[in-house]
Write a protein of this length. Structure first.
Length: 295
């Protein structure tokens, strides 16, 4: 067909020149939209490398409306560019619960979480690769999902958890209301030093009553977000540099990452109000007595 005009070629294939050019125009415009979507997603992924696509779409929704890109099309563009996120599950034991210290009752069974600083959950997780562990002690507000206290160290001693607790107490916004501190039965939380610090701050202790590693589900979920979405588990840096990374990651998480359970508010936004009701559900079997918040 060399030498034939576009008009003749269009007639041979049963279409008009107008239809041909409209189709070409749509292809070009769709590619431009897809490229714009990919660019915007890459900018967010630079700060939150493994954030889920639904939360990504929520963040970008005003910009997607300007581009006339709906949610299904948004997902299709990410799928075509291999940018969907597959969940990663991992578990590493950091809890030593066979000790002489007192273990407290679980005060969260049947409790409705309705405000910030009603319940804090605490946990310790490892980061930095399996060959050289660093331990991140976290305290998270169950209502707002805000990380209110943290500490990174190379030891599983009680000192790290105490530093995280001190940070959390210092940042409290609602000091006149009852606050429950919930944790597993690890020796760090049951120790005399930690319990004395809770009493000094006027915080009521609560603990899981089973040995199921997922009984403290809310804390485990925050661990997973920081390690997997922000890639903390894959980073292999010296302690000093890793502390700076953790500080920046938690700051980004608190200020920028929306949560489905919080009506897509960020933790910092959620923490300054109490009108939004968090979404929760109950799982069967090992989660039967422990409500797990959707994140």
């Amino acid at each position: 067909m060399k030498g034939l005009s576009k008009g003749v070629i269009c007639e041979l294939f049963g279409t008009s020149r107008q239809s041909y050019y409209r189709k070409r125009w749509r292809i070009v415009k769709n590619k431009e939209k897809a490229d714009a979507v990919v660019e915007k997603v890459e900018r967010i992924r630079a700060e939150m490398p493994r954030i889920g696509c639904r939360k990504m779409y929520h963040i970008l929704q005003p910009q997607m409306q300007e581009l006339s890109v709906g949610r299904d099309r948004f997902f299709s563009i990410l799928r075509a560019n291999h940018m969907l996120i597959s969940p990663i599950r991992s578990y590493h034991i950091t809890t030593h619960s066979h000790h002489r210290f007192r273990k407290h009752k679980n005060l969260l069974q049947g409790l409705d979480i309705v405000r910030p600083e009603q319940v804090w959950v605490s946990d310790i997780t490892y980061i930095g690769g399996r060959d050289k562990h660093m331990y991140l002690a976290l305290i998270t507000d169950t209502y707002s999902k805000k990380v209110v206290g943290y500490d990174l160290s190379e030891s599983l001693s009680t000192d790290g958890t105490l530093r995280a607790l001190t940070m959390a107490h210092t940042s409290r916004m609602y000091r006149g209301e009852l606050l429950i501190h919930h944790s597993d039965r690890g020796i760090q939380y049951c120790s005399d030093a930690y319990q004395e610090r809770l009493a000094k701050y006027g915080i009521t202790p609560s603990m899981t009553e089973s040995y199921d590693p997922y009984a403290n589900a809310a804390a485990e979920r925050i661990n997973g977000i920081l390690k997997q979405e922000f890639l903390l588990e894959e980073m292999k840096l010296p302690l000093k540099e890793m502390k700076l990374v953790v500080r920046d990651v938690i700051n980004t998480y608190n200020k920028l990452r929306p949560h489905y359970s919080c009506g897509y508010l960020t933790p910092c936004q959620m923490h300054t109000q109490r009108s939004v009701k968090i979404k929760t559900y109950k799982k069967e079997d090992c989660f039967r007595t422990s409500p797990e918040t959707i994140f």
